[in-house]
Design a protein around this ligand. Structure first.
Ligand SMILES: Nc1nc2c(c(=O)[nH]1)N[C@H]1C(S)=C(S)[C@@H](COP(=O)(O)OP(=O)(O)OC[C@H]3O[C@@H](n4cnc5c(N)ncnc54)[C@H](O)[C@@H]3O)O[C@H]1N2
Ligand code: MOO
Ligand SMILES: [Mg+2]
Length: 411
């Protein structure tokens, strides 16, 4: 292990230290379903009704009584039941009711026979297959009973959850207030996108990336812009961000250079929880507490900023909103089709393309240059290749762990 990586804390230790300090927000509001996409439930949601709300037919066919069927005689059709227009008349013994899928079954119905298992004889039908008690009847409440918990608190509402609530007639849902996240990037060299570049300047990638990911995660973003590498300006930005936000995220200036003031500012205005992790990229990530907000100092290199956002800020925000499903991504082992360069000492998040090879097996290939300033190879990737801290170079054909990107990084 390289000596200058010896004192770095592991990603797991950092995540544990960070997440164990957090208390989820509880302020909530009630919003209409159509405005709830991406929001997080503040309470459990229970069903006000049974689903299905009445016994109904699962097939187009005939509602029957078993005693009538056993006679084997042709059975006259005594009426019709449609979804939305139940049969309401008298149902004479020795007859059947024509019924459509979703229609309430008439009182006394013991089975629904699908029409393909019948033959018509004038005004009557003959059943051509055995009939079982209860067949093709969807019973009241067999999906959901009234009062049943359909969503836990801390559930992100998306295209599966919101239609479920709609199916229960729930028009409003109680959700957590949005987290307020203040962001700024630091660096004398940074220009906002859309401005011409002067000598020595580069475009501000990180604020754009961080803001975009925060919006995707349903946060309210307070964008404080680009802050110069100047302690006075930086202090003002820290204080303003702390006043306004639950979480403050800066990028850049978190290493040890002569224009890197982020860590000393955090020490001066708050308290550092940890700094410097055994991960690559993202080593100088800093986490701590300001007056009334949590602070994450992301490294300036754009891939480092994106990786630390993904691996640390994402679970932080999930925990602050009490989310049940862990935001920590899952990993799997696949064969690596490329040779990978790696020095022991840090857990490496290389960028890869996970795909099926000609034999139908999953394999991963590198996206090429892996420097923490090389955003182009990040943009081609669909997964991280996660290489253990002590591991050295990887030869083609070796097994590696991959972590497919979740929805945060996918289009
Ligand atoms: N002597 C050492 N030097 C460095 C170390 C170290 O351990 N010892 N760590 C290196 C690592 S690892 C990283 S990562 C970087 C982190 O640097 P900072 O967080 O201090 O960031 P800056 O110095 O401000 O910038 C680094 C790099 O990234 C560019 N940058 C910054 N902000 C943006 C932005 N918003 N958009 C696009 N690019 C940005 C900046 O121009 C620099 O090129 O430190 C290493 N050094
Ligand atoms: O940790 Mo730095 O992000 O290796 O480039
Ligand atoms: Mg620096």
């Amino acid at each position: 292990m390289e000596s200058f990586t010896a004192g770095l804390i592991s990603l797991e230790e950092a995540q544990q230290k960070m997440l164990s300090q957090l208390t989820p927000v509880t302020d909530s509001l009630s919003v209409p379903l159509a405005e709830a996409v991406g929001r997080i439930t503040a309470t459990v949601v229970t069903s006000p009704i049974a689903v299905p709300p009445f016994d109904n037919a699962a097939m187009d066919g005939y509602a029957v009584r078993l005693a009538d069927v056993s006679s084997g005689q042709p059975l006259p059709v005594a009426g019709k039941a449609f979804a939305g227009a139940p049969f309401s008349g008298e149902w004479p013994q020795g007859s059947v009711i024509r019924i459509m899928t979703g229609a309430p079954v008439p009182a006394g119905c013991e089975a629904v026979v699908m029409q393909e298992q019948t033959e018509t004889q004038g005004e009557a039908i003959v059943i051509t297959a055995p009939v079982r008690q209860g067949q093709n009847i969807r019973l009241t409440g067999d999906d959901i009973q009234p009062g049943h918990v359909v969503l836990q608190a801390g559930t992100r509402l998306g295209a599966a959850e919101l239609p479920l609530l709609a199916s229960l007639g729930i028009a409003q849902v109680r959700v957590l207030r949005k987290l307020r996240v203040a962001i700024f990037s630091t660096g004398d060299e940074l220009q906002p996108v859309g401005e011409p570049l002067a000598d020595g300047q580069i475009y501000d990638t990180n604020r754009f990336a961080v803001s975009l990911m925060l919006h995707k995660l349903g946060c309210e973003v307070i964008d404080l812009g680009i802050i110069k590498d100047d302690p006075v300006a930086l202090r003002a930005a820290f204080e303003e961000a702390d006043r306004q936000a639950d979480v403050v995220i800066s990028t850049g200036g978190v290493s040890v250079g002569e224009a890197d003031f982020t860590k000393s500012m955090l020490e001066e205005l708050g308290a550092i929880s940890f700094w410097k992790l055994a991960i690559k990229p993202g080593k100088p990530f800093a986490f701590g507490r300001l007056n009334s907000s949590w602070f994450c100092g992301l490294p300036g290199n754009p891939v480092s900023a994106a990786v630390t956002f993904y691996q640390l800020v994402q679970p932080l925000l999930a925990t602050l909103t009490g989310q049940q499903k862990s935001a920590l991504p899952s990993r799997q082992k696949v064969r690596c089709a490329s040779r990978l360069k790696k020095s022991p000492g840090r857990l490496d998040f290389q960028r890869g393309i996970l795909r099926q090879n000609a034999q139908g097996e999953l394999e991963v290939e590198t996206t090429g240059m892996q420097g923490s300033h090389v955003f182009s190879s990040f943009a081609q990737a669909n997964c991280f290749i996660v290489l253990e801290r002590d591991r050295g170079n990887v030869e083609a054909g070796e097994w590696v762990e991959v972590e497919p990107f979740n929805a945060l990084l996918e289009a």
